[in-house]
Write a protein that binds this ligand. Sequence first.
Ligand code: GAP
Length: 437
Amino acid sequence: MSSSKATLEKIVSLCKRRGFVYQSGEIYSGLNGVYDFGPLGALLKHNIKNKWLTCMMSFAEEVVLVDGSLLGSADVWKASGHLDNFSDPMVDCLQCKKRYRADDVDLEKNCPHCGNKNWTSVRQFNLMFKTELGAMADATSVAYLRPETAQAIFINFKNVMSSYRVKVPFGIAQIGKAFRNEITPKQFLFRMREFEQMEMEFFCKGEDADRFFELWVERRKQFFMQLGLTPERIRLRPHASDELAHYSKACIDVEYDFPFGWKELEGIANRADFDLTQHGKHAGKDLGVFDDATKSSYVPHVVECSVGVDRLFLTLLFDAYDEDEVDGETRTVLRLHPAIAPFTAAIMPLSSKISEQAEKIFLHLKTKGYRVQFDDGGSIGKRYRRQDEIGTPVCFTYDFDSETDGKVTVRNRDTMQQERVAIDGIEDYLKNLLAKN
Ligand code: GAP
């Protein structure tokens, strides 16, 4: 399905050329580690989020959705441990003033930038963006942009339980922005300063946490398979005890084999009762749940599934990118899953003389909610290449025979095979395509 022809440079170039991703503030000098998504990128992102949420809500256990604020008071981040622990080790080269994450460079060796060996000592750098609310700057006005979406879920746990009829075990999901002042943002969308996360915190009794942890690991692996990622490029890596985050009892990373090595795509963690206990303590509130069976209160444990939208976006592009040879020329193709591809189909008139009829089909499908693009510029071959490059699974061409046989030619992106289908059958054709796993 996929190839190893994708390089970071090719993906960055394709993203810019075809309107997936732009450097933020490019017309000035750009903002490092911050990106804007163009028309195709925004659609692809939307489809990824849609698929994640649909999957999260498809299981027997209830998962509800919330949308928390981006700003959080210092109290929240003190309780969560981020104020004290959310930092990376940082080191500077005293010669050229370049700054690095200390674990990204070998301090026994010379600075990779200037070639000198003159390091500062290693200091901890907190990754949260600090700001002030209101016109008066004092200790109470301090707020932070959230470095993860999870905390908005924990601090609303009791609100959700009391306002919405849910019972433990259940999950709270959220999709939204997170901000980290990464010392060295790199590898395009892999490590950004402003990014989006899809997180689900699953609340259960302590004795059930190990079982749910295993269940969610399996479900998350299945999710990536359903997106069409190459199975050999996905692996599960349990964390060693000395690399566990301050809050977690067990953690398994879903890793992907990127061109720059095996890296984390998603983290699945058994956070035990750390979060609700911490917030309960710091806020002076009882975040326990009453158990009707035992007539006693307990603090639920949490299994977390956390994946970056942008990192998954990049993973899907790497995995889908392929090059093959057609008529002596290199064809670039994104073999994206139909449910993820920005457009499901392109509608093309063979000639401008029959454009109106093709446009009618296009408008019909569009108004029915299908993501279709009308493409009438250039030769058919050129149009196919254009659609291949943005991952459109099929193209329907209205030609002169269509006038009499009521059929169009459908051409498949992956096989490049063509067949005739009835114009009346296009909707069913697309439905089947979207339903495919
Ligand atoms: N609530 C747990 C948490 O935030 P994390 O491992 O720090 O855990 C979860 O982040 C996921 O968010 C990662 O697996 C990755 O997909 C994404 N992510 C984290 N930092 C990122 C960054 N700087 N840029 C892009 N995605 C990032």
